[in-house]
Design a protein around this ligand. Structure first.
Ligand SMILES: [Zn+2]
Length: 250
């Protein structure tokens, strides 16, 4: 039986972000940036690596608070893990608030979906800023680490009990991580389900897409796939994950 643990890491807080579903300005709320550390018997797997520094974030995106202890390397240190120990790294997608800091992990193979890499190179203009795209005259944060990309196309089991699953919609190549441990199943859904109210609110039997999306038809297909997976959801930007320092919890 697989004995796998998942630790949510708090790697920053955006001060004011519009939530989905949202109806009024008071729905602007702080939003955490989350990475996930997975431990198996003999490997660490890191899912996402957080955002740029706060000054850059303020210029192009949102006001970001990231005290020293929320730096990704310090969050890992709290678990006795050094960046060099990470051999397997998963990028859920290549947005600025998930795919910075890849160069801090020199020994990591970086799993990215083919469709995500293609779209990050030539996004639609509406999505340029999320990728810090070259078309804006910027250097995408992942570019210097692309030599270590392990480009995959579809659902792939990377370790026993740990499967990358495509979750298209928020971006074309978004992926989640399905973790099967003992009798529990978790889906680290990242920005496909940014906050749990999107997952728990059902309209026509399906959850609610993020306000940031590239293809709603694909998004709803992804929801149907997620419902079939029948796993507990771990979201991309919801403080609720920190109610438990580790999953599964007692
Ligand atoms: Zn995103």
């Amino acid at each position: 039986m697989n004995d796998i643990k998942i630790y949510p890491l708090h790697v920053g807080t955006l001060k004011k972000v519009l939530r989905t579903p949202a109806v009024a300005p008071e729905d602007f709320e702080p939003s955490p940036l989350i990475a996930y550390l997975i431990r198996t018997d003999d490997e660490w797997v890191l899912v996402d690596t957080g955002a740029c520094d706060p000054e850059w974030s303020k210029k192009y995106h949102h006001i970001l608070e990231r005290p020293e202890q929320m730096q990704i390397e310090n969050q890992l240190a709290a678990h006795g893990v050094k960046p060099e120990d990470i051999k397997l790294l998963v990028c859920s997608h290549l947005h600025w608030d998930h795919a910075y800091n890849l160069d801090k992990f020199p020994n990591a193979k970086i799993f990215v979906q083919k469709r995500e890499v293609e779209f990050a190179i030539t996004p639609t203009p509406s999505q340029y800023v999320f990728y810090e795209a070259m078309q804006m005259g910027l250097t995408p944060p992942w570019l210097s680490s692309a030599g270590r990309f392990e480009i995959i196309d579809g659902d792939v089991e990377i370790l026993p009990g740990i499967t990358l699953v495509t979750l298209a919609g928020h971006t074309p190549g978004s992926q989640g991580v399905l973790v099967e441990t003992g009798s529990k199943r978790y889906l680290i859904a990242c920005d496909c389900i940014a906050t749990m109210d999107c997952w728990e609110t059902r309209k026509f039997g399906l959850p609610i897409p993020s306000s940031i999306h590239v293809d709603l038809a694909e998004y709803y297909e992804t929801f149907r796939k997620m419902l079939r997976l029948d796993a507990e959801i771990l979201p991309g930007h919801d403080f609720c994950v920190f109610e438990h320092p580790v999953y599964p919890y007692e």
